[in-house]
Structure formats: structure tokens, C-alpha cells
Design a protein around this ligand. Structure first.
Ligand SMILES: Nc1ncnc2c1ncn2[C@@H]1O[C@H](COP(=O)(O)OP(=O)(O)OP(=O)(O)O)[C@@H](O)[C@H]1O
Length: 708
């Protein structure tokens, strides 16, 4: 009976007359290349195949494909949910007045032409603002600024540790290890001698590296004034909803008044005053911005007051020797009557009579003109509004504080600006110190500079004991009599900006938000589609992506293996790449064997051991027992993939990293200008400044294009 069946099989082989007409070869399933007759299998010298039930086999294939698709969907879901999960950023702002910590939570939001694809939120849990407190900001901060803590390890730890502890509480523990921590120091540390600032940053790094967050030494640094200005502009225009939207919106300029310096950033440039060192090109979405950004050192609120003290010190003809003796009384017209306090003056020595400073023990940082030498004086309040206003103007006029010659006439030109700096243009948001002053005098955002002056004059006329209790406790109350005319002069005479060109910004706009946004932009690489943000493409996280790609590829091969078996015959022809003959190996050209151990018979796999119905050897073999193991030789069990270039995704972020040397520190300013570009899925640093300058020069040197 077995023999009869074998004869039948032989007959069937003979009946078959065409390579294509495989269905007539009845012992072989043309779809799956499997022997149907289990008896033939028993004649094989090799172990016969376990032949599945045809019905079960038919069901198995679609189930496998569906399972494959589900797996791919699952992997994609895992991948995208991983990418779209919130990211946290901790930014420490080390200013001259204090050190603050900001915690930001960034998330990709549904792209839309009228919104920005990244939503960022400042976390402030537990910062219940005390209504009795006069503090302008609800932020976690420590005082004094780091620049006062040189070679004071304990002081440094005390300044930083509570901030880190608070930040930890804001962020879910599971995200601590993926949270980036940055410490950026501004004007206070910027003006320190190299050794001092290096000591501060090295020791700050020692504290920070013990935190659970991700931090690198390069992220603990001094940022240049221009970087600070640029970050502030990003923060402001993000907050105002002007970034990356179509149709393009007008952006606002930013005037960010700190304790030591003033940052000026605006869109546009003046041909006549074009300065390559202050010029930045930024591309956000599909919009190009040509920015002008610079920082005016010494124009911050505290430093301006210090200059006013130095000016009075000079007026009375004191020498440094007098100051060193510590018995100098400075009668200041912007201090209320009854005010008398010790004050450490930073600029007094530089303006003192007598030229060279005396050698002061312990102070290694004496400069030729006493710059940097701190002297202690006694400030005495002798209020005089006219004199105070005039003193504020002197503090604003650059020619009083530099070698600019001839002296600048504030009526004719913005006298806070040297000839090399472009004049501000457009509408400005005045933030930080400006906001603090408006808030101190309880002025609304609509108040004019005249209102500020009026409030200042009233405050100056009060006796000190009355004045200091007329406001909630807060730092620097005594300085607000000076601050009112100072900010008015700074805007009007110093920058030639009028009331109608300014809006007072809220206290929540700080440059640190710009840092977090740029970092989030690197993390979530965003590509804009044809219409606005139609297409959102995530940044490829390489360590995460590679296994997924490999797994997907293996699964794809398996799926193709199935699909190929079910393809209409036309598609199996030899000229199609999948079916090119490859007799050398049982694996694909990529050497990835199918994890599914299905074997198939294919007429184009004509290796020696493959039998086709009309092949001479097939005919010759008729007298022998048919071996499925031979007939379905190794070659037949695999899909032949043509060698094709396999390109890993180009969706990864490419950043240009460069460092610039401030003469003091290596500063990584790669984040400058890094934002979302419509070109490919890469971050493109589009900010460009053509020449070197102290701050950003080398980081922006190569056309300042970063691909996102
Ligand atoms: N919490 C606060 N409450 C009241 N006033 C504040 C507060 N923080 C800062 N100020 C005032 O605002 C001014 C500017 O402070 P800000 O924090 O913007 O500057 P900074 O970062 O110290 O400056 P810089 O970067 O120039 O060193 C300070 O001089 C101070 O008078």
C-alpha cells in the first residue's frame, strides 16, 4: 500500500508539465512548499518534516501576521510614549543678588499652527507666597550671590544644597535620573578674576555631582551676557506666544535688568550700526529671526547704585586711603533722612583721588585703577530729589564710566551705548529689575515712567524709619529712591526708549525658561510638516532605538517570509529582487535566519538539492525515495533579500558643539541659537554671528546653525 502511494506520487510528478504549473505537483503544497503526503516522508533518510494540518496552517499564517503587526504597534507605542513623556530640567541661576533654582517640566503638545510644539511649565510646589513678604518673586532662592562665596566651601554648600533638595521634591523620583541639571552663573561671577570663578565653579560642581540629576561639568559654567540676553528673548517670546507660529508674528524685544547688568535683545538690526558681534540669526520653525543681543555690564540695579555712591565719594574728594581707614561718610542725595548704614562700595576705589591704590593686605586682585578693590563707607541720607535725578543720569551715561571721548550727550544719542552697539528698535518688554521696581511702588503695567518718578519722589521724601516700614520687608528698600529715577533715565536717556515702546513684563519671565526651552528642543527634535507643525518627529534615542530597530527588522523579515509565500505567482518571478537566486547560503544576504522555521519550496531556488518537477535530477530521483529534507533544501527555506542600502534613521539630533573661551573658562555655548528648524529632522543652530567676540564667538563661528 505504501508502494502504491509512492507510485502515485511518481505519476503525479510525471503529470506535471510546467514549472509554473506547480499546483499539479500534488504532493507539494505550492503555497507552502510542504509535502502533503506523510508516507513519502517516511522514505526519507533524513528526519521527515512534521507536516501541520492544512487548516491549522492556513489559520496560523494570518494569526502570525496579525501578531506581528500588533507587536510593531506595541513597540511603536512604547517608543513614542517614551519619547513623549515629560522631561524635567533644573536650572540654577547664579546671579549677583542670589542663587535661584527653577524646575521646568517640558512636554510635547499637539502641534498646531497657532501654538508651539513644546509646552513648558515651571514647577513651584510648596512655594506658598507669604502675603506679608515683600519678595517680588515666588522662587526658591538663597542669598548672597555665589560671587560673595569665593573660597567658602560651607557657604557654597549652604547656598546650593537647599535648592537641590527643593528641586528633588518637585520632580517624581522615577524621573530624577533623566532630569538635566544646569548651573549658569551671570554677571556677579562673570566679573570675578579667573581663579576665583574657577574655584567657585569647580566647587559647585562637587556639590552638584552628588545630586540624583544628570549633570556634567560643562553644564556648570558662566554664561556670557549675550547668551543671557538671548535666553531671555526666547523666554519672553515663548511666553507671549510669538515663537514658531504661522503666520509669523512680530516678536518683542527684551530688556532684562539684573542686579549687575542689563541685557538688551531685539529683532532687527540697523544698517548704520550693524555690529557683527551682537548679531544673531535664529531659525525657529520656518521663521528666521535676525536678532541683536548684548549685555551692558554695570547697568544692573545694584551696580548702578554702587556707581552713584562712588560718584558722591569722588565728589567729596576722598582718597582710597580715607576709605581704607573706614571713616568716610558718603552723603547720598537718594537716601532718606535718618538713614545711616555701613556699605561696601565696589567702585569707590576706582574713582578715588590719588591714582594708585595703597596695597591692601589680603587683597590679591588690585588692578591699576583700583578696579575690584572694595572699600567700606558709611552712607548717610541727605535727600535731594533734583540731585538724586542728576546722579541717576550720571550712572546711565557711559562716558562717565569709560574712556569714551568726547563725552556722550544723552539728548543726542542713547548715552548708555557705545558707538559700536546697535540702537534698540521695536517694542520692548521690560523684565526682572524693571518689574521689581514697578511692583515695589505698586504700579500697574500701564503706569508710565512719569508715574514711576512721582512714586520715587514721594518715597524719597519720607523719613527713613517711615519709609522702611511703609513696605513689606524685602532686600534693598533703601535703594528704591535711587532706582525710580535710574530706570526712567536708563530707558529715556540711556537707550532712547519711550513709554509707548515698553510693556512691563511679569516676574515669571526669566532667562532660565529660555535655557529649558532650548534643552527641551534638543530632546524633542521637532520637524515641521508642510503645514505648520503638521508632522512631529521625535528625536531618535539611539540606545533605545537600536534594539527596537533590530527587532523590528527581524520581525519584518519574518513577515516578508510569510507574505512571499502568499504572493501571487507573478510576484515570485525571478526578476523580482526577493527571488533572486542565492545558492550560497541558507540565510538572507543579511545573514539573519528566519526565526520561524517554515520551509518553502520555490521554483527559482534552483540549487543542487532543490528538485523541480521537470529537472533532470528530479526525474532521476524518481526511482529513489523522495526526501523532503533534500527537496526542501536549505536555500528554499529563506527569503532572498537583495543587498540594499540599509540606512539607519537620520532623525537623530545633530548638535554643533563648540566652546568659547572667555579668557577665564571654557564655555560651551552650543545651546545658543539651537532651535527647531524645518530642515529634516535635525536641530539646526541657526543663530549666526560672523565674528568672534568675548561671549559667543567660537560657538557661533560656523554659521551658527544647529539642526534640530
Ligand atoms: N525676591 C526678590 N524680591 C525683591 N527684589 C528682588 C528679589 N530678587 C531680586 N530682587 C531685586 O531685583 C534686582 C535684580 O535681581 P535679579 O535676580 O534679576 O538679578 P541678578 O540675577 O542678581 O543679576 P545679575 O544677573 O546681573 O547678577 C536685584 O538687584 C534685587 O534688588
Amino acid at each position: 500500500m505504501v508502494f502504491a502511494k509512492l507510485q502515485g506520487a511518481k505519476n503525479n510528478l510525471r503529470i506535471s508539465s510546467s514549472l509554473q504549473d506547480l499546483s499539479s505537483y500534488r504532493n507539494i503544497d505550492p503555497e507552502h512548499g510542504l509535502l502533503r503526503d506523510p508516507i513519502n516522508a517516511s522514505f526519507s533518510k533524513t528526519k521527515p518534516l512534521q507536516l501541520p494540518n492544512p487548516v491549522r496552517r492556513k489559520c496560523l499564517a494570518p494569526i502570525a501576521i496579525i501578531a506581528f503587526l500588533l507587536l510593531i504597534l506595541f513597540l511603536l507605542y512604547i517608543f513614542y510614549s517614551h519619547q513623549a513623556s515629560p522631561k524635567y530640567y533644573v536650572v540654577l541661576d547664579c546671579g549677583s543678588t542670589g542663587t535661584r533654582v527653577y524646575v521646568y517640566k517640558a512636554q510635547v503638545q499637539q502641534p498646531h499652527s497657532t501654538n508651539f510644539p513644546i509646552a513648558i511649565q515651571s514647577l513651584k510646589d510648596g512655594l506658598r507666597k507669604n502675603p506679608a513678604s515683600g519678595r517680588a518673586y515666588d522662587r526658591m532662592e538663597t542669598e548672597p550671590g555665589l560671587d560673595k562665596l569665593v573660597r567658602n566651601v560651607t557657604g557654597l554648600k549652604t547656598a546650593l544644597k537647599p535648592l537641590l533638595k527643593w528641586a528633588q521634591k518637585q520632580i517624581p523620583e522615577a524621573s530624577h535620573r533623566s532630569t538635566s541639571l544646569f548651573l549658569y552663573a551671570t554677571a556677579g561671577v562673570r566679573r570675578l578674576p579667573f581663579d576665583d570663578s574657577k574655584w567657585l565653579l569647580d566647587n559647585a560642581w562637587n556639590v552638584l555631582k552628588g545630586s540624583p540629576f544628570v549633570c556634567r561639568r560643562a553644564w556648570v559654567k558662566i554664561i556670557s551676557g549675550t547668551e543671557e540676553a538671548y535666553f531671555g528673548w526666547i523666554a519672553l517670546n515663548y511666553d507671549s506666544g510669538n515663537l514658531g507660529v504661522e503666520p509669523r508674528k512680530e516678536t518683542y524685544g527684551a530688556l532684562d535688568l539684573g542686579g549687575s547688568s542689563l541685557q538688551v535683545t531685539f529683532e532687527g538690526y540697523n544698517q548704520q550700526h550693524f555690529n557683527s558681534e551682537t548679531s544673531l540669526y535664529v531659525r525657529i520653525g520656518s521663521v528666521n529671526h535676525h536678532l541683536t543681543a548684548y549685555s551692558l555690564t554695570g547697568y544692573g540695579l545694584n551696580e548702578a547704585f554702587d556707581k552713584s555712591v562712588a560718584r558722591v565719594f569722588k565728589k567729596f574728594g576722598y582718597s582710597v586711603a580715607d576709605a581704607v581707614k573706614g571713616n568716610v561718610e558718603v552723603k547720598h542725595p537718594c537716601l532718606q533722612s535718618g538713614y545711616k548704614e555701613r556699605y561696601t562700595c565696589s567702585h569707590c576705589a576706582a574713582l578715588a583721588k590719588g591714582g594708585e591704590s595703597p596695597k591692601v593686605e589680603g587683597n590679591e586682585n588690585l588692578l591699576g585703577k583700583n578696579e575690584g578693590l572694595k572699600t567700606t563707607v558709611t552712607l548717610v541720607g541727605v535727600p535731594n530729589w533734583q540731585e538724586c535725578s542728576a546722579l541717576a543720569k550720571v550712572a546711565v551715561n557711559l562716558s562717565e564710566w569709560s574712556d569714551v571721548s568726547p563725552g556722550l550727550d544723552c539728548e543726542i544719542q542713547p548715552c548708555a551705548l557705545g558707538d559700536d552697539l546697535p540702537r534698540p528698535m521695536g517694542h520692548f518688554y521690560v523684565i526682572s529689575g524693571f518689574f521689581v521696581v514697578y511692583r515695589f511702588f505698586n504700579l500697574s503695567a500701564e503706569a508710565t515712567l512719569e508715574d514711576v518718578l512721582e512714586k520715587g519722589r514721594e518715597f524719597c521724601e519720607k523719613r527713613w524709619d517711615v519709609a522702611k516700614t511703609s513696605v513689606a520687608p524685602q532686600p534693598f528698600i533703601e535703594q528704591y529712591c535711587f532706582r525710580a529715577p535710574y530706570i526712567a533715565s536708563l530707558l529715556r536717556e540711556g537707550l532712547h526708549i519711550t513709554d509707548k515702546s515698553i510693556t512691563v513684563g511679569s516676574g515669571s519671565i526669566t532667562w532660565t525658561l529660555g535655557v529649558a526651552l532650548l534643552e527641551a528642543g534638543k530632546a524633542y527634535s521637532v520637524r515641521f510638516g508642510l503645514r505648520g507643525f503638521g508632522l512631529l518627529q521625535m528625536k531618535m534615542n539611539i540606545p533605545f532605538l537600536v534594539p527596537i530597530l533590530i527587532l523590528s527588522f527581524i520581525l519584518l523579515l519574518c513577515a516578508l517570509s510569510w507574505v512571499v509565500n502568499w504572493m501571487p505567482r507573478f510576484f515570485r518571478r525571478q526578476y523580482l529582487p526577493f527571488f533572486r537566486h542565492n545558492s550560497g547560503s541558507s540565510a538572507s544576504v543579511l545573514n539573519i535566519p528566519s526565526p520561524f522555521r517554515f520551509r518553502r519550496w520555490s521554483p527559482i531556488n534552483s540549487g543542487d538539492r532543490i528538485k523541480t518537477p521537470l529537472s533532470p535530477r528530479a526525474a532521476a530521483s524518481q526511482g529513489r525515495s523522495f526526501s523532503p529534507g533534500q527537496g526542501l533544501g536549505d536555500n528554499s527555506g529563506n527569503i532572498q533579500l537583495m543587498e540594499s542600502p540599509f540606512h539607519p534613521s537620520t532623525g537623530s539630533v545633530v548638535h554643533s558643539y563648540s566652546s568659547n573661551n572667555l579668557g577665564q573658562l571654557q564655555v560651551d555655548s552650543s545651546s545658543i541659537g539651537a532651535f527647531w528648524s524645518s530642515h529634516r529632522s535635525q536641530m539646526r543652530l541657526q543663530s549666526r554671528r560672523s565674528q568672534s567676540r568675548e561671549d559667543l564667538h567660537s560657538s557661533l563661528a560656523e554659521t551658527h546653525m544647529v539642526k534640530v
